[in-house]
Design a protein around this ligand. Structure first.
Ligand SMILES: Cc1cc2nc3c(=O)[nH]c(=O)nc-3n(C[C@H](O)[C@H](O)[C@H](O)COP(=O)(O)OP(=O)(O)OC[C@H]3O[C@@H](n4cnc5c(N)ncnc54)[C@H](O)[C@@H]3O)c2cc1C
Length: 388
């Protein structure tokens, strides 16, 4: 039976899939993807739908939703001697369909440090390596040892290490296998991920340093020092909730893909062209040695005139674009979509938006930032069947 993507994505937009498979085991997922590939049928895999924007026309192929879960301790789990094993490495394997935040909560309950700063991120564990999910100075590449994936090209289950994944900022070889080919799904379908965590002491002493100024001040500790896992999780959830960055069925500010744009990484010289006060952080060097800085997309959006809650009246569909219409069949945006009222980086559905309504707001913001500051903003979510 076919399903509407709007029922399965956090932005609550997207038309029907031609075919729908709920994979309750790894084997079912592999078989569904293999069969679609063999038949030349377009296929996408979906976890929590929190980083996917699907066209209003829907998907002319099979959507395989990964619905298998489970957490297994692979290594370092023996503490039967009752001793204090603080600092010991523990490797856990998390099934791709396991809700990520449930996995984070499990690690904190079990006194395992390493992903507590990634609390509250919606979606599935298997999607976290796709864009190297990150927040508050942490990202998944810091703890991922390897993953198991169905390699659609090789027709086999393979193991990829952190080095194979060539992680970058919100980027990996898996994401690039979609962006570089325009394919709706990646070459590798992640089946499980192995994370190396650190055991906290019996006294619940901390394990991972706090790497983000705002979090450090909320915790009242110095950046680079430690705080207990459960406290870090609690503070991160509170900070995120205040920004509409924890999924909440009752709060349209969270009906989004989280940050819609990545923070632009530009030559350091661009900083001098921006107004005083524009945040910029050192971000390494380009291949030719040019120093780079990371700018704040949220700051640029806000200072280009798109404050929290920015919306538009009904506007005409863009020329040459997909035949987008608002949810009421008339113009686009029309109050149905807006910038979140809690954070300028999230493009939100206010209740009855279409995909094109949301994209109309995002395009206006992107074009306005370019016009005001000359900086290009790039979308973070995967956009399928339409474009920004
Ligand atoms: C309120 C909110 C806050 C957010 N905050 C953050 C944040 O702080 N940091 C951050 O990095 N992201 C954040 N996000 C984005 C999103 O939650 C993450 O990118 C998340 O990892 C996506 O998981 P998902 O299962 O929902 O992915 P989906 O949307 O289901 O899929 C995303 C992409 O990954 C592919 N994919 C999914 N599962 C697999 C798999 N097993 N194997 C191969 N490919 C796969 C899909 O085909 C698709 O292309 C936020 C989103 C929301 C709605």
């Amino acid at each position: 039976m076919s399903e509407r993507l709007a029922e399965h994505t956090t932005t609550r937009v997207g038309g029907p899939a031609r075919a729908w498979v709920t994979a309750r085991t790894e084997a079912e997922a592999v078989e569904a993807v293999r069969a679609a590939d063999a038949a030349g049928e377009p296929v996408i895999v979906l976890g929590g739908g929190s980083n996917t924007l699907m066209a209003d026309a829907g998907f002319p192929g099979t959507v395989v939703r990964l619905a298998f879960d489970g957490i297994e301790v692979l290594d370092g789990g023996a503490d039967a001697d009752g001793g204090d094993h603080a600092g010991e490495a523990v490797v856990v394997r998390i099934a791709a369909g396991h809700p990520w935040d449930d996995a984070v909560a499990w690690t904190v309950e079990h006194g395992l440090g390493g992903i507590e700063a990634l609390s509250g991120i919606p979606g599935s564990a298997g999607a976290t390596p796709v864009q190297n999910v990150g927040a508050y100075g942490a990202d998944v590449s810091q703890v991922l040892v390897s993953l198991r994936a169905w390699d659609r090209e090789a027709g086999a289950v393979v193991e990829l290490t952190t080095a194979d994944l060539a992680f970058g900022y919100r980027d990996s070889v898996i994401k690039r296998s979609m962006l570089e080919t325009g394919a709706p799904s990646p070459r590798w379908i992640v089946l499980s991920i192995d994370l190396r965590l650190r055991r906290a002491s019996a006294a619940a002493e901390p394990t991972a340093p706090v790497r983000y100024g705002q979090l450090a001040s909320a915790l009242d500790v110095e950046e680079g020092t430690h705080a207990p896992l459960a406290v870090v999780r609690r503070e991160v959830l509170a900070l995120r909730a205040a920004k509409g960055m924890v999924s909440d069925p009752d709060d349209p500010d969270t009906w989004s893909t989280g940050s819609y744009f990545t923070n632009p990484i530009v030559p350091a010289a661009v900083r001098a062209t921006l107004p005083e006060g524009a945040p910029a952080f050192a971000a390494g060097h380009a291949e030719d040695g040019t120093p780079l800085v990371k700018l704040s997309a949220a700051w640029l959006i806000d200072h280009a005139g798109f404050a929290k809650g920015f919306g538009l009246p009904d506007v005409a569909p863009r020329e040459g674009g997909p035949d987008g219409r608002g949810a009421d069949g008339a113009g686009l945006a029309g109050g149905r979509a807006s910038v979140s009222t809690k954070h300028t980086l999230a493009m939100t559905n206010r209740g009855d938006a279409s995909t094109e309504d949301v994209l109309t707001i995002a395009r206006t913001v992107r074009d306005g930032v370019k016009a005001r500051f000359g900086v290009d903003l790039h979308p973070e979510p995967m956009i399928i069947g339409t474009s920004l």
